[in-house]
Design a protein around this ligand. Structure first.
Ligand code: SF4
Length: 371
């Protein structure tokens, strides 16, 4: 069976980048008119040449999203379980070489954070950790899932990549989905951004969605960290990854996230900026390429941007997020992984969604329907 790495190795970064930047207005118009858009069409829609077509892209993206998802925005909250990490990632506040106080939540602390998140109305939760395989490992995740499962119908994780058997174990404990971002598909630059720790193994990370597909997970979340490398080229590779996965593991659902690098203590951020307008172009390009995929916008983005994107293609949003372990009630003032931009409460975000004629969805899935 072919895996994505085999397909990925047939591409050359520079060739892909050149191809995107050579797209013409005729390529963009053909992509807009094509009812079954291809990866070549996605390249055209991503290209600088497509910028003057943004209004048309936004209208088509809105129509496609309404057709598939209706007027709904799903809401979830992230819950950081630990900021221990054995990796050096040059862009992250939790990097091993950043001298910050480390904390991994105990059972009692997990339950206290859970109560605070439930109180805000959430039924979907995303559990987040650094990568500390000695202490925050599969047994820790199993225990956390057992504690949390009675309170949430939909549990996702964003933790270190695991083996297929580990995912199978966690799915038995109620795990619904796994988010694993490649950060960048530029193999050489990946090494520079991840000089130490297990995360420096590019191939193991690249193979993770394949292991998840084989483990029969309900949903896989993909993305790149926008700002590390040329966002157009990185996003092409992410879309190619999505395309391969959907064709191979067709029972699984997929989501794309758009994390833009945010400031964090102790790090210098790269300056390959993606502007707000370009991010809208990227979101619309994904929707035109793929009408099924969930598109998720976090509180890294500003109030203004998030208000605007509700009607243009987004399907999912976090709200009221804390990006430090214990951030909701246990120890709100510890170091965050990155600074939040949209600091509104979940109810304020829900009000804005409703004011635009959309339904804020707190719950849309229950394991009981599927077992
Ligand atoms: S990005 Fe993840 S793996 Fe890298 S330092 Fe931060 S928490 Fe650790």
């Amino acid at each position: 069976m072919t895996d994505f790495q085999t397909i990925f190795d047939t591409y050359d970064w520079l060739d892909v980048q050149t191809s995107i930047y050579s797209k013409t207005a005729a390529d963009v118009e053909q992509a807009l008119a094509n009812p079954r858009r291809t990866l070549e069409d996605f390249k055209a829609l991503l290209s600088p040449t497509a910028a003057p077509y943004l209004e048309q892209m936004a209208q088509l993206s809105r129509q496609a999203t309404l057709k598939r998802f209706g007027k709904t925005i799903r809401l979830f909250a992230p819950m950081y379980l630990s900021n221990e990490c054995q990796n050096i990632c040059t862009y992250c506040g939790f990097s091993f070489d950043n001298k910050v106080k480390r904390r991994t939540l105990t059972d009692a602390e997990i339950l206290a954070e859970v109560a605070a998140i439930k109180e805000m109305g959430f039924d979907h939760i995303l559990l987040v950790t650094g990568e500390a395989n000695q202490t925050v490992h599969v047994p820790y995740f199993q225990n956390a899932l057992r504690l949390i499962r009675p309170f949430f119908s939909n549990i996702s994780i964003e933790v270190q990549p695991l083996d297929q058997a580990d995912y199978e174990t966690l799915i038995q404990e109620g795990l619904y989905s796994v988010l694993v971002y490649q950060e960048t598909y530029h193999r050489n630059k990946y090494k520079a951004y991840h000089p130490k720790g297990k995360k420096s193994n590019f191939n193991y990370r690249l193979d993770t969605p394949d292991r998840l597909g084989k483990a029969d997970i309900h949903k896989i979340g993909l993305g790149v960290l926008l700002g590390l490398e040329d966002w157009r080229t990185d996003s092409f590779f992410c879309a190619a990854h999505l395309d391969y996965l959907q064709k191979t593991y067709w029972q699984t659902n997929y989501s794309i996230s758009f994390p833009r690098i945010r400031p964090a203590e102790g790090i210098t951020t790269p300056d390959l900026i993606i502007t707000d307008k370009e991010l809208v172009q990227l979101i619309c390009a994904y929707r035109l390429f793929n009408e099924e995929v969930e598109l998720s916008i976090s509180t890294r983005e500003s109030e203004k941007f998030r208000n605007h994107i509700i009607q243009l293609g987004a399907t999912t949003m976090s709200a009221g997020s804390k990006t430090n372990p214990g951030g909701y009630v246990i120890e709100p003032d510890t170091l965050e992984q990155f600074e939040i931009s949209d600091e509104r409460s979940p109810s304020q975000v829900a009000e804005v969604i409703a004011s635009q004629g959309y339904e804020p969805v707190w719950k849309d899935w229950d394991r009981a329907y599927f077992v």
